[in-house]
Design a protein around this ligand. Sequence first.
Ligand code: FAD
Length: 342
Amino acid sequence: ARLVIETDMVIIGAGPVGLFTVFEAGLLGLRCHLVDNLDKVGGQCAELYPEKPIYDIPAIPSCTGQELVDNLMRQAEPFGPQFHLGQQAEKLVRLEDGRFELTTSEGQVFRAPVVVVAAGAGSFVPRKLPLPGADAFEGTSLFYAVRRMETFRGRDLIVAGGGDSALDWALNLHPLAKSLTLVHRRDEFRAAPDSVQKMRELVASGAMKLVIGQITGLEGEGPMLSAVAIKDAAGEVVSLPANALLAFYGLKMELGPLASWGLGLERNLIKVETEAFETSEPGIFAIGDIITYPGKLKLILSGFHEAALMCQKAFKYCHPDEKLVFRYTTSSTDLHKKLGVA
Ligand code: FAD
């Protein structure tokens, strides 16, 4: 069993708004742990538009999605945020002592007086194979992510997809697998040119196979796959022997387990008041794209403002007997110490 982590604040979502919360909480002396489904930080900025410029971050005339995320990480660094990636926040209950207990899909347990839902448009989850009966193979011979590379050692592996994830994993796993076939519906790839070139070289040398076509069926008994049916451009179906399939068909966003936590929802968004962005459940706050209130704008700058205000009230749950003194970062020696610039 994993250790139970006790902290001041558990943040669900490591998007830009969750990341900035670490900074605002840190100034008030509060420690944070963050949970995200993705295997990286940055939410929509990192996943959907890492190379596109953003023009409306105050005082930053232009920066890309990934640059914003990198800078938020640098800004949060003095406060040592702890990240728990590749796992979904699943279960949230209130303990008898008034704190919350949050459990993730990987079984990690947190206890904290404050929970912050910065879940954006919901969890990024993989798009699954739209084939009847595919569920039966999932986790044993059908996978949508790589948790452990060893899972694929010595197997006849098919990697499906034409983006960076598919190409990166095909390149990383081919030395481990007994055989590796990349399957994509057309002979064009949306991945880094360098990866595409490496893949082409491996195919030319016979170290990897490339099949152009669409997966139309899975063959095998129960959870063990024996072959994958593939329809080629001419409409002909071939059966390709395989005992592992790794499919990368992109990600979609869904509200997920949050929907069942009894927080007041309105059209899949969490309703909050605008003084402290607290939900209907005292001690659970929500900020960023996941919330709704009169006048809400789904902008990063609004999420930053919500984070700052939220932390003021969150402090009271963490330190009920202490008074919070308002301070500027420019002139407070106490804040300078916390920031490590004293
Ligand atoms: P997100 O960035 O959505 O991050 C939420 C994170 O929470 C995700 O990583 C998700 O996996 C995780 N999560 C959710 N539920 C769970 C769970 N149960 N367990 C674990 N993890 C969970 N905004 C601007 O201000 N300016 C722009 O120019 C701009 N351009 C944009 C361009 C595009 C193409 C898109 C798609 C959006 C743009 N936006 C822009 C909007 C901006 O990206 C969002 O407002 C911002 O990302 C919201 O941040 P967030 O932290 O609230 O949520």
